[in-house]
Design a protein around this ligand. Structure first.
Ligand SMILES: NC(=O)c1ccc[n+]([C@@H]2O[C@H](COP(=O)([O-])OP(=O)(O)OC[C@H]3O[C@@H](n4cnc5c(N)ncnc54)[C@H](O)[C@@H]3O)[C@@H](O)[C@H]2O)c1
Length: 276
């Protein structure tokens, strides 16, 4: 099996989900987070998710979790998938350090929602083995993986990551390296417009989300989705779109920024557009 040992960096909602699907595929996972206690919280969330899936016939949670080890530093592996905070400087620093620790042949992948893969590749000595592997939240449930090729990514790297995504039970969609790629270039203006509708008093969040659910047949409304993604992550993505594409239409709605400044980050902090 390719990529027998995968290092997942960041044990938040995405890193935990990625570690879970990689371990469920039979691979060994090392899970690292810089924040004390974060890997333990990530492992607890994985157990809950695995128990729910086991009720529907999914794998034995103990068996899957036995393949995941919490580690307190970056360790050598065949592949790194990083899901740390959406901040270019933090990710570049991580790619620089990982480049010195993972063996030469290993691939370094980012789950970034918007940060250019080309600039992450550029800080390493293996730019041909750097790629975007963008999962969707919740990772164990949603089938899509956006596979993003940096300018420098080799055909071999793209092929290996495409095969891995399929092996994890996902459907890869190939996109080029532009700010926000495809998914967030389309999704974030939708969320932003919904936030403006709240700010301008057009409707309450519940009404806006009901319109999207029942009128457009979306499984969840844009504001509930923004709360799930994390309002801090949404604002960070919109900042990258705004700066990278140079178009003011991508600037985050002031209400979103205000919520983030107030610590209302969505589900992960207990309150965003809704209270949890
Ligand atoms: N939330 C979503 O719906 C979603 C979807 C797709 C992609 N993403 C992307 O996934 C990444 C993570 O998002 P998330 O929602 O899981 O965030 P999160 O806030 O839940 O988790 C981020 C984790 O990264 C850790 N971290 C920060 N800096 C670190 C470092 N230098 N080294 C190791 N760990 C570090 C934090 O302690 C935290 O546990 C972001 O790049 C985001 O854009 C998010």
């Amino acid at each position: 099996m390719d990529f027998e040992h995968v290092l997942v960096v960041g044990a938040g909602q995405m890193g935990g989900g990625i570690a879970q699907v990689v371990a469920a595929s039979g691979r060994r996972v090392s899970l690292y987070d810089a924040l004390p206690g974060a890997t333990e919280r990530g492992l607890a969330a994985m157990r809950k998710s695995l128990e729910r899936l086991a009720e529907k016939g999914g794998a034995d949670p103990d068996e899957v979790l036995a393949r995941v080890a919490a580690v307190d530093a970056l360790v050598p592996a065949d592949l790194m998938i990083e899901a740390v905070v959406e901040d270019a400087a933090v990710k570049e620093d991580l790619f620089r350090r990982a480049d010195g620790i993972l063996p030469d042949g290993a691939i370094l992948a980012s789950n970034t929602s918007s940060i250019p893969i080309t600039s992450l590749a550029a800080v390493t000595d293996r730019p041909d083995r750097v790629i975007g592997m963008h999962f969707f939240n919740p990772v164990p449930v949603l089938k899509l993986v956006e596979v993003i090729r940096a300018l420098q990514t080799s055909d071999e790297t793209a092929a290996a990551i495409t095969k891995l995504a399929e092996d994890l039970g996902k459907v890869p969609a190939h996109v080029n390296d532009f700010p926000g790629f495809v998914s967030n270039r389309i999704l974030m203006p939708f969320i932003n417009e919904a936030a403006y509708a709240v700010l301008e008093g057009v409707a309450e969040p519940e009404a806006i989300d009901t319109i999207a659910k029942l009128g457009f047949a979306h499984p969840m409304g844009p504001l509930a989705l923004a709360d799930l993604i994390g309002l801090d992550t949404c604002v960070a993505i919109m900042d990258v779109l705004h700066e990278g594409l140079g178009n003011p239409k991508y600037a985050p709605c002031p209400l979103l920024s205000q919520y983030v400044h107030a610590g209302r980050l969505g589900r992960k902090s207990g309150r965003g557009f809704y209270t949890y």
